[in-house]
Design a protein around this ligand. Structure first.
Ligand code: ADP
Ligand code: MG
Length: 239
């Protein structure tokens, strides 16, 4: 469980691009927050700074009150799920999910228990002995999530995890992600450019445009009280 605070966080790339400009949001312990906005608005860069995959140019990132700016990704205890599944094709579902636990040198029994628990939560129990090549896209994405949840990280970061799936599967996966997040209660930052996903999935939305936060709040609040025309247009509210 984790509280994630971004205080006046800015990312300036070497070429001068300011991808994220003064991002200032406190994400509560257990919250499911959505970063949404058009392509290029700085969503992935924000997520990558939280994960430690990009340096922070200015401002401070704290997890549970501890400054993280200079901590390596592995010391942040955060799991990231990308849109590309990055499963190991030669390993079974069981071995794929178990992989982070093997790295952490857990014993065989503990690994089996955790893998089976994660598989149960993700409806993957019947597929544990299959290889990724014999799974559907949605099942593969659930294996990737299994690998993220199996070591009980403090937080999940997801970067457009459903964008490779067809529309029908996306709707199904939305439901399973939402259910999973609620049952685990793990702080989650979820990136999407899809308004519907943003409106249905999270506790709060952070809507960005060109590196700048436009509005932060529960979906209903952005819909009922958009702060500007961009928010109104993006959310599709009648304002
Ligand atoms: P999003 O995920 O919302 O589509 P990104 O965070 O990937 O947006 O990118 C935000 C902005 O930063 C874009 O203008 C992008 O071109 C720029 N950008 C991303 N990575 C780099 C980089 N390594 N060097 C320079 N500019 C970058
Ligand atoms: Mg992106």
């Amino acid at each position: 469980m984790a509280e994630i605070e971004l205080e006046h966080v800015t990312k300036r790339f070497a070429d001068g691009t300011v991808a994220v400009d003064d991002f200032d949001v406190r994400i509560a312990d257990g919250e499911f927050i959505i970063l949404v906005g058009p392509s290029g608005c700085g969503k992935s860069t924000t997520l990558n700074m939280i994960a430690g995959l990009e340096d922070i140019s200015d401002g401070e990132l704290r997890i549970d009150g501890v400054r993280m700016n200079d901590k390596a990704p592995r010391d942040r205890d955060i799991a990231m799920v990308f849109q590309s599944y990055a499963l190991y094709p030669h390993m079974t579902v069981r071995e794929n999910i178990a992989f982070p636990l093997k790295l952490a040198k857990l014993d065989r029994k503990a690994i089996d228990e955790k893998v089976e628990h994660a598989a149960g939560l993700l409806d993957l129990t019947p597929y544990l002995d299959r290889k990724p090549g014999a799974l559907s896209g949605g099942q593969r994405q659930r294996v990737a999530m299994g690998r993220a949840i199996v070591r009980s990280p403090k937080a999940f970061l997801m970067d457009e995890p459903l964008s490779n799936l067809d529309a029908k599967l996306r709707v199904q996966m939305r439901t399973s992600i939402s259910r999973l997040q609620k049952s685990l209660g793990t702080t989650t930052v979820y990136v999407t450019h899809d308004q519907t996903e943003a409106m249905t999935l999270g506790d709060r939305i952070v809507l960005m445009r060109a590196g700048l936060i436009q509005q932060v709040g529960p979906p209903q609040e952005l819909y009922d009280h958009p702060r500007n025309l961009f928010v109104a247009g993006f959310i599709g509210s009648p304002a």
